[in-house]
Design a protein around this ligand. Sequence first.
Ligand code: SF4
Length: 88
Amino acid sequence: MAPTTAAWQWQLDAVCRGSSSDIFFSPSGEGRTARRQREDQAKVLCGQCPVISQCRRFALAANEPFGVWGGMTARERALRRTAERKAG
Ligand code: SF4
């Protein structure tokens, strides 16, 4: 069995590594426009990230309920999960 840390190895190459997570997670009381702008900025960073696929797979598999992961918002992940359930 692979070492447990192997599952997290991709995070070492993350563009967001070591930076503030503020851009990825919604603060309390955030309005719709501010949220969209913040999420758009996060997606730009994710679009430059070499581990976007691994990050997205992780968030989808973990049913991560908050934040932008792998260029997808929590809402987009929820919609994908719903679509996948309907598709069987
Ligand atoms: S895809 Fe986005 S959230 Fe995921 S590691 Fe890269 S920059 Fe961070």
